[in-house]
Design a protein around this ligand. Structure first.
Ligand SMILES: Cc1ncc(COP(=O)(O)O)c(C=O)c1O
Length: 363
């Protein structure tokens, strides 16, 4: 059996430290927000080279609160990709704004920056790029477009912890960087968690209030907020894992290099452009024989996942926007061809060879 992830091994590697931290926190009587959350926020901001980070309840919370801080709401449009996890557009829809999709680039699977400008209208409020599978979007061009048209940028970094462009980490380009610490993420906790990174003090202060019912915890409520807080146990675990995440990402990159060396020339492999460093949250191949490959892998007890089978514009939950099949052909074709393979840190070279052997046998 080759799984997609081996979270149990990761836990066992840090077991003593994690258990000690959980026991200490349980004995402290501080469970929601508190010193571990504050320390994690300090380290997260320093890691990203930004002024502030605020822990929140999930990646979805991070996106939703960021849009709320930027006063994105009814009548506004937010430009994003149709090739993402549903939470990206869910947060836009909940804000009251309309998600305006732009097709993806066939090589990177990220939003096609050549097609953004034609979608900007007087209603456009923000661009929400998603660094899908950990590969950064073309942020230099997105930043210049946003400056030119006076738009905000909210980065969806749920999958891109530790990914960078010419040394600059994702989450430090826009008004807000939105992270998820869901257990399967490159930096994951043992429950739900998220964070917003920002250089904007006003935005930071507002996130602190919005995550906690519009209050700074003193029963004075200046605005309506939400319950989207990071808890102490998760923050304690994240502090332990943050020390290891760079090494874990390096192991994923090594695995990705081996996959590419074995599969290149037989099917489409991910290729970060020069200067772009992926954290390989997913190692995603493309082939018209995707379903056959997936089936064969399954027969050999090897896990693989189709992220994502249906683009966002064709989801039933988005039918009120009247998008139809054919609107974003590159994303639609990607949905028919992509397959994510196990690439987790600690996966053996032998297992990678085995996965590739089965795949090559299908072609
Ligand atoms: C691209 C993307 N955006 C947003 C999210 C939402 O994060 P969470 O599950 O922490 O709410 C995810 C997580 O799965 C994601 O992959």
């Amino acid at each position: 059996m080759i799984p997609m992830l081996d979270l149990r091994k990761e836990f066992l590697d840090t077991e003593k430290e994690v258990i000690q931290s959980v026991v200490d926190i349980l004995g402290s009587s501080r469970y929601v927000l508190g010193p571990h959350v504050e320390e994690f926020e300090r380290q997260l901001a320093a890691y990203h080279g930004v002024s502030y980070a605020a822990g929140v309840g999930s990646g979805t919370g991070a996106l939703f609160l960021s849009l709320a801080c930027l006063s994105v709401g009814k009548g506004d449009e937010v430009i994003t990709t149709p090739f993402t996890f549903f939470a990206t557009i869910e947060s836009i829809i909940y804000s009251g704004a309309r998600p305006v999709f732009v097709d993806i680039d066939n090589n990177t699977l990220n939003i096609d920056v050549n097609k953004i400008e034609e979608k900007i209208t007087k209603h456009t409020k923000a661009i929400l790029p998603v660094h899908i599978f950990g590969l950064p979007c073309e942020m230099d061009r997105i930043v210049s477009l946003a400056r030119h048209y006076n738009l905000d940028i909210v980065e969806d970094c749920a999958q891109s912890f530790g990914s960078s462009i010419n040394g600059q980490l994702t989450g430090s380009f826009g008004a807000a960087g939105c992270f998820s610490f869901y257990p399967s993420k490159n930096l994951g906790c043992y429950g739900d968690g998220g964070a917003v990174t920002t250089n904007d003090q006003r935005m930071y202060q507002q996130i602190l209030a919005l995550r906690n019912h519009g209050s700074r915890g003193n029963y004075v409520h200046d605005c309506l907020g939400f319950n989207s807080r990071l808890d102490e146990i998760q923050a304690g675990i994240l502090l332990i894992k943050l020390k290891r995440v760079e090494h874990q990402n390096q192991l994923r990159r090594q695995n990705a290099r081996l996959y590419t060396s074995l599969l290149e020339g037989h099917l489409r492999c991910p290729h970060p452009p020069p200067g772009y460093v992926s954290n390989y949250h997913q190692y995603t191949i493309r082939s018209p024989k995707r379903d056959k490959i997936k089936h064969r892998l399954q027969q050999e007890d090897i896990a693989s996942v189709v992220y994502y089978p249906i683009p966002m514009h064709l989801q039933k939950a988005a039918d009120r926007y009247d998008y139809k099949e054919g609107d974003f052909p590159v994303a639609e074709q990607a949905c028919n061809e992509v397959l994510s393979l196990p690439v987790y840190p600690g996966m053996s070279e032998e297992d990678i060879h085995r996965v590739c052997e089965v795949i090559l046998g299908c072609l």
